[in-house]
Design a protein around this ligand. Structure first.
Ligand code: ADP
Ligand code: MG
Length: 193
């Protein structure tokens, strides 16, 4: 979460630029505000388990981020955290299964599927590729984000543009790629596989 907050902070302007093309130019600032609050909360009262880190972060995002992405990312983290349960440590396989639950919850909440040019276009292939490695997941998320460029947005604010949304990278897919990259880099540092 700390790495995610730092990455969002670094890339906020780019995320907002992407959102200014097909949305309302707030995605970077939304996530910047949300993840700064997450980092502060986790630092003030560090949760005792990986699951609790994610549920606390998710709750914080929901209460801090006004846009569509707040409840969606909040749900991703809360449901993933809940699926991890009370365990004090988590294997890569357990994390992958939990993230699958979280990503499915995002799809259910937003009614979107891969191919609709949303964050799911990065998250869904990332979870699949997590079976190979963290790095493969980050690469799959990055490819998924870039692959939204030729797609027409079917959900969220960008869908109001109809065909005019074609030719632009979805901001939420771009931020999801950043978050999965932060996960992979952190897993590397911790020696996880
Ligand atoms: P808002 O659209 O309310 O301004 P943000 O700009 O923070 O919120 O986030 C926009 C991103 O949220 C989109 O780029 C997209 O990836 C994601 N999104 C919006 N609606 C949905 C949905 N129904 N399902 C999945 N993702 C969505
Ligand atoms: Mg927006």
């Amino acid at each position: 979460m700390t790495a995610a907050a730092a990455s969002v902070e670094r890339e906020a302007a780019r995320l907002t630029d992407l959102d200014s093309a097909i949305g309302d130019a707030d995605h970077g600032s939304n996530l910047q505000r949300g993840f700064a609050a997450v980092a502060k909360t986790l630092e003030a009262e560090p949760p005792r388990t990986p699951g609790a880190v994610l549920t606390t972060a998710g709750r914080q995002l929901i209460s801090t981020v006004g846009g569509a992405s707040g409840p969606l990312y909040g749900t991703l983290l809360r449901r993933t955290g809940k699926a991890l349960g009370e365990a004090g440590s988590v294997t890569a396989d357990e994390l992958r299964a939990a993230l699958r639950t979280g990503v499915d919850a995002v799809a259910q909440l937003g009614g979107a599927a891969p191919g609709d040019a949303t964050m799911l276009d990065a998250l869904d292939p990332a979870v699949e590729a997590l079976g190979t490695s963290f790095d493969a997941a980050a690469e799959a998320a990055g490819r998924g984000a870039v692959a939204t460029v030729p797609l027409q947005a079917r959900k969220g604010r960008a869908s109001y543009l109809g065909e005019r949304s074609i030719g632009h990278q979805d901001p939420g897919a771009a931020s999801s790629a950043l978050l999965i990259r932060a996960l992979a880099d952190t897993a590397d540092q911790e020696g996880a596989r």
